[in-house]
Design a protein around this ligand. Structure first.
Ligand code: F0G
Length: 451
């Protein structure tokens, strides 16, 4: 593996630079936009660096039975499509990826879509999709000799970064909005040994501050403005295609926060298509919370050409982001694949999350926007019953247990938020009950539930 296989291309002005020339904030010196990793050798047809699709499919499958550590990673198993390291010895892995694709049996029936699946990225080592990106970018940090890494986070990035930094033997700095991240995530950053600073600022403010800090000190920035993060985060696209025997699903639905993930998955599918691994692209739709919907507004007002930041409010704290860094990339993915961008209310998120829970899977609130969004798209007639649809569930249900308990106790939503949906919500609530310690009382509780 050789670094020379990749370069960085500015998404805004197209300027190309070598990987090591990127500025600490990963912004283009000419226009200020973000970079994308590109592999020039891939565009030369029959060139020696252009991957061979048939050989790759065979190799990647073989690696599933391999005893080599790196092959156990669902990211590095696809390493031919992310040749970003000089030496694979620098790869920092927790055996991320290879996450399950579940059939959503109940939601399938309820929505009349037979082929409805969840790609559960919450089943990663630290419980979110961030692990796939972190293994890639942390490996670059290690290879480039950094001692400190840092991120601003709504919680999951910090959990993943802290874990991978600990594995790599690096120090990590986390900036989080005080009181606005779920305890499960905060506990992870502490446990994995990060320097965790809770700031009186929102996520956007934390990221702004960190951008200044990395310009003043030799700290490697690990937010998704770092293009290597997206190289790791594109690999679930390969797993999804592989799971469908290289026939891509019709539609992929992704939550939208800082918009790195939708950008990365779009890049993954685009590259597979360009290399001849798959014959077409899925539609990729991005769903935001109604109180944190700058991309939805951008599509409404300018078809995704301009974005006005908003002050974000949602209980799905993972996606409480008003000024998403990767919005241009995500807008392009939606436009190029014919996807939609829409938002869902707090009640719609809570109901969808309980429904994913009732499937025996569970997910965190931000992930549930995908099912809530699909329900809306289905109601609008935008998704046909014969389509194959994959929801990307981004985080594990235990990340935000408070939200779940509040929902089931009936203390999550205000009356105003639940208006008109009381019966639906009541039908999903499963509060724990105090029961006398006798067989008769327990059997009576079961009978009550059945009735
Ligand atoms: N779902 C979960 C569970 C997340 O943690 C995030 C982002 C998203 C969806 C949105 O993904 O930002 O790529 O559009 N969490 C970040 C964090 C911002 O700091 O953990 P995105």
């Amino acid at each position: 593996m050789n670094d020379n296989l990749h370069q960085l291309r500015c998404f805004g002005c197209g300027a190309r630079i070598a990987g090591a020339e990127a500025r600490p904030d990963f912004r283009c010196a000419l226009c200020g936009d973000l970079f994308e990793v590109e592999y020039p050798g891939w565009s030369q047809r029959k060139g020696p660096d252009r991957p061979n699709p048939g050989a790759l499919k065979w190799l990647w499958r073989e690696r599933r039975c391999s005893s080599e550590g790196l092959d156990h990673s669902g990211v590095w198993r696809f390493r031919e499509l992310l040749p970003i390291l000089d030496s694979l010895n620098n790869a920092v892995t927790l055996r991320e990826g290879n996450t399950p694709l579940y059939h959503l049996t109940r939601a399938s029936k309820a929505l009349g879509i037979d082929q409805l699946f969840a790609k559960h990225q919450g089943m990663n080592p630290t419980g979110s999709f961030k692990d796939t990106g972190m293994t890639a970018a942390m490996s670059v940090a290690k290879e480039r000799g950094f001692e400190w890494v840092a991120c601003a986070s709504t919680g999951n990035t910090s959990a993943a970064m802290a874990a991978y930094a600990a594995r790599a033997g690096l120090r990590s700095l986390v900036l989080i909005p005080e009181g606005k991240i779920a305890w499960g995530k905060l506990s992870q950053a502490m446990d994995y040994g990060a320097v965790t600073c809770q700031l009186k600022a929102d996520f956007d403010g934390c990221l702004r501050l960190l951008t200044q800090i990395v310009k003043e000190a030799p700290i490697y920035l690990l937010n998704s403005v770092n293009p290597y993060r997206l190289e790791g985060q594109k690999t679930p696209a390969f797993e999804i295609a592989e799971a469908f025997d290289w026939n891509v699903p019709d539609h992929l639905i992704v939550p939208g926060g800082n918009l790195g993930n939708s950008s990365a998955l779009g890049k993954g599918f685009r590259e597979m298509h360009e290399l001849g691994l798959v014959a077409r692209l899925p539609r990729i739709s991005v769903i935001q919370a109604a109180g944190a919907n700058p991309l939805v507004r951008s599509f409404e007002t300018s078809h995704g050409a301009a974005l006005e930041p908003v002050e974000a409010h949602t209980r799905a704290t993972a996606i409480r982001i008003g000024n998403p860094a990767s919005w241009r990339k995500a807008a392009r993915v939606i436009q190029d694949t014919g996807g939609w961008c829409l938002d869902v209310t707090e009640a719609e998120i809570a109901i969808a999350k309980a429904e994913v829970g009732a499937e025996g899977l569970g997910c965190e609130p931000a992930s549930a926007v995908t099912l809530a969004g699909l329900k809306k798209l289905r109601a609008q007639g935008a998704v046909a019953s014969g389509e194959t649809v994959v929801l990307v569930l981004t985080g594990h249900t235990l990340k935000d247990a408070d939200y779940t308990i509040d929902f089931h106790r009936g203390t999550l939503l205000t009356d105003e938020e639940s208006v008109g949906r009381e019966a639906e919500i009541g039908g999903l609530q499963r509060n724990a009950q105090a029961v006398e310690a006798t067989p008769a009382a327990v059997l009576a509780a079961m009978k009550d539930r059945v009735e």
